[in-house]
Ligand binder design. Structure first.
Ligand code: 13P
Ligand code: SF4
Length: 312
């Protein structure tokens, strides 16, 4: 019996559902019941009828599932699977920021701890950040956190002047530079270019796009779910992709006739890659590791997450 067979058997025995992010190892994605971006995973966690949710992703994502499904057991196969972006702001820092701007509306990217979400008015993902900010009355100041590249991108797209952005970043995406893009695009001149808004090059990307620099010509700035949709619908047969390389598995699986090139092979999130098939089997077998959120925090974190899901 293979490890994949073990997962299928244990899922049935425990009435468990396996949710996996697009950055997971290919073998983990292949045994999951649902593979998606942060927004899609939250939506699935909110509606599942399973007793157990095994979250193949990083800790804040499992926390979001625990907040949305209080009656269910939420497991993560490795408790060390954290996120450098979520770690870039604490609840205490956010309380300090809010104290300086008492009338502001707080929009937190989903890559935050439940404690930070509990201090927020809205949650958003890269898929709906623009729609969430647009839904806030124009005269209200907005505090956007923690990703500065996504924040600057949203500020430019919404034209919002009264929006302050926290100086946080994801170490994987922040490391991408325009030079990486120039090289990849030079090597594949006919390819379409898809870039995640957390990338360190997003701000320069917007600048280059505005100044018509050819290196950014036709860049599609998309969430991981947006990339999957775009690759499927586009008439192009070749793509250069600027995000964590795990998504290449999903892109190639759903589009076997198309070719996908990473901007940089080094774009690997070591936290996402901590989840292996062996650890997933152990998680189901031994009922480890449970992720819980104290009800007092969960109750406050639920509203901003539900608002995010409602905006879609
Ligand atoms: P998505 O919401 O686009 O899936 O991104 C999540 C993430 O962690 C990006 O690094
Ligand atoms: Fe966090 Fe970056 Fe990894 Fe996404 S890629 S989970 S933002 S560390």
């Amino acid at each position: 019996m293979s490890l994949a067979d073990d997962v299928s058997r244990l899922k049935r025995e425990r009435n468990a559902v396996v949710l996996a992010h697009n950055y997971q190892l290919g073998e983990v994605q292949d045994v999951a019941d649902y593979v998606g971006d942060s927004l899609g995973l939250s939506q699935q966690a909110a509606v599942t009828t399973a007793d157990v949710i095994v979250f193949c992703g990083v800790h804040f994502m499992a926390e979001t599932a625990a907040v949305l499904s209080p009656g269910k057991r939420v497991l993560i196969p490795d408790l060390d699977a954290g996120c450098s972006l979520a770690d870039s702001i604490t609840a205490e820092q956010l309380r300090g920021w809010k104290a300086e701007h008492p009338d502001a509306v707080v929009v937190s990217y989903v890559n935050t701890t439940a404690e930070v979400k509990a201090e927020s008015d809205y949650c958003c993902t890269s898929a709906n950040a623009v729609a969430v900010v647009q839904s806030i009355p124009e005269d209200r100041e907005v505090l956007f956190l923690p990703d500065m590249f996504l924040g600057n991108h949203v500020r430019k797209l919404t034209g919002r002047k009264n929006m302050l952005v926290w100086w946080g970043e994801c170490h994987v995406h922040a490391a991408v530079r325009p030079a990486d893009i120039l090289r990849a695009r030079d090597e594949h001149p006919d390819a379409e270019f898809m870039v995640h808004p957390e990338c360190g090059c997003t701000t320069p990307a917007m600048y280059y796009a505005a100044t018509e620099d050819p290196s950014m010509h036709g860049a599609h700035i998309l969430s991981t779910g947006g990339m999957l949709r775009h690759a499927k619908e586009s008439a192009a047969s070749e793509f250069v992709v600027a995000t964590e390389t795990g998504i290449l598995h999903t892109l190639r699986k759903h589009n076997p006739a198309k070719t996908f090139h990473p901007v940089a092979e080094s774009m690997v999130c070591r936290f996402m890659k901590m989840i292996t098939l062996e650890k997933l089997v152990r998680s189901l077998e031994e009922d480890v590791f449970e992720v819980t959120v104290p009800e007092e925090i969960a109750a406050r974190a639920r509203l901003p997450i539900e608002r995010m899901i409602a905006i879609g």
